[in-house]
Design a binder for this molecule. Structure first.
Ligand SMILES: [Zn+2]
Length: 429
């Protein structure tokens, strides 16, 4: 199904309850299509970020020789260096699609790995976009948890796998990295290799009214100023080491749960006291027909009708901006093959990109520990005794396999070094 959802985020924000949002959403679809899609199809709309928590199948390694690290490296090397198909025009390079699994070695939890959020915390439910837009209490809760989680995320850094992706780019093998991750590790590790951040990024906040972006780091300082008791609580947590351990089990023992979107869950904490600032631009000059009010300390007041700051990530239930959608589809279409790194493709907006590649006859590679949504249909036509040229499915730790793959591909050559280290801005900024 190809349902195009072109409604703006601002329009969605005018909806005040989840029931209304669903009704508006469905009615928009039904107006556009003579034959209404099923409710299930509606939930598979391509441009919304929707969580998927159903169990995934165990991987079938293809070719069978890729079950060892050495065999996997041979298959991946064959995959990346195969001659492009002559049936379609392409750039001869590979587009990467990465997910939370590539950041696990940086100390961040993924969703479905052995220490993943959905694995350890069965009741975890991320905030949905319409809740954030419509509900002051939900925003207080979100920002309180984000405030505590930011410190750990902010000091985390890219790992060997991210840098190896950059080196594969330097070797001329990669055209674009599409990432579902919001940690900015890809653009940090390889600023000259183009990264498209499918689900946005936590490094900025963005105003829902005027779309101005601000530094998340500076926002953290504003939150500290507005919430001195929370600031003291955070200092206490940092002092105890509860926020600094990289071990999710240890964090849990200390009463903390860190989620992939960079927030922390602290059982028993009262979120209602948390305060957050208004957008400075809207505060100085409210958009026509709106008002933006703050208390004497500078906290946004619920009597306001604009100036709400949101993390610059695509929240669950939020539409991916059209420029991003177009850019990632072009990145897939121009490439000769697609390689998935550290993703179970559980999010439909990512899964559909691999499906798109499959429909164009592109070879598909998947390097992920654990199952991948719908993988049987991606590899059904491949023989188990193939070489990896037509496709590869293996399950090795990325931070081991990717640097070794770079070494394998570099045999007898020296790695070209890029001098341009400028940070790559997101495509819609
Ligand atoms: Zn604003």
């Amino acid at each position: 199904m190809r349902v195009q959802n072109e409604r703006s985020e601002t329009n969605q924000c005018r909806v005040t309850t989840s029931g209304n949002l669903l009704s508006l959403w469905l009615s928009n679809i039904f107006v556009q299509y003579a034959t209404p899609p099923s409710l299930w199809e509606c939930f598979l709309m391509p441009l919304m970020r929707i969580p998927y928590t159903a169990p995934l199948p165990s991987p079938t390694i293809i070719p069978a020789s890729a079950s060892t690290l050495s065999g996997a490296l041979t298959a991946l090397s064959d995959f990346l260096t195969a001659a492009p198909s002559t049936n379609r025009q392409s750039n001869g390079k590979t587009v990467i699609l990465s997910g939370a699994g590539i950041s696990v070695a940086s100390g961040l939890a993924d969703y479905r790995g052995s220490n993943g959020t959905y694995t350890l915390n069965k009741t975890y439910r991320p905030i949905y976009f319409h809740e954030f837009c419509a509900n002051h209490e939900a925003r207080k809760r979100y920002w309180a948890r984000s405030y505590l989680g930011w410190t750990n995320l902010h000091k985390s850094r890219p790992n060997k796998a991210h840098y190896a992706v950059g080196q594969l780019g330097d070797l001329g093998r990669i055209s674009t990295v599409v990432t579902q991750n919001v940690d900015s590790f890809h653009p940090m590790a390889h600023p000259t290799l183009r990264t498209l951040e499918l689900h946005g990024y936590l490094r900025s906040t963005v105003c829902l009214s005027c779309r101005t972006e601000y530094s998340r780091e500076n926002f953290q300082k504003d939150l500290s100023d507005l919430n001195p008791a929370w600031s003291a609580f955070l200092a206490e947590m940092l002092e105890s080491g509860a926020l600094s351990t990289e071990n999710p089990e240890e964090r849990r023992r200390r009463g903390l749960k860190t989620n992939p979107d960079g927030d922390v869950d602290v059982p028993g904490v009262e979120y209602g006291t948390f305060r957050y600032p208004a957008c400075p631009v809207c505060l100085n000059s409210p958009p026509d027909g709106t008002r933006v009010e703050q208390d004497t300390d500078g906290a946004w007041l619920p009597s306001s009708t604009a100036g709400i700051l949101k993390p610059a990530v695509i929240m669950f239930g939020e539409s991916i901006p059209n420029p991003v959608k177009v850019a990632v589809e072009e990145a897939v279409d121009e490439a000769s093959r697609i390689l998935v790194l550290g993703s179970s493709l559980a999010t439909y907006s990512a899964w559909r990109l691999v499906k798109r590649a499959k429909e164009q006859g592109m070879p598909i590679g998947v390097l992920n520990i654990g199952g991948v949504r719908g993988e049987e249909q991606f590899f059904s036509s491949l023989p188990s005794d193939g070489s990896g040229k037509e496709g590869v499915r293996c399950s090795q730790p990325l931070e081991e396999a990717l640097p070794a793959l770079v070494e394998r591909l570099m045999q007898g050559t020296s790695l070209p070094v890029s001098n341009d280290r400028s940070f790559q801005p997101a495509p819609w900024r």
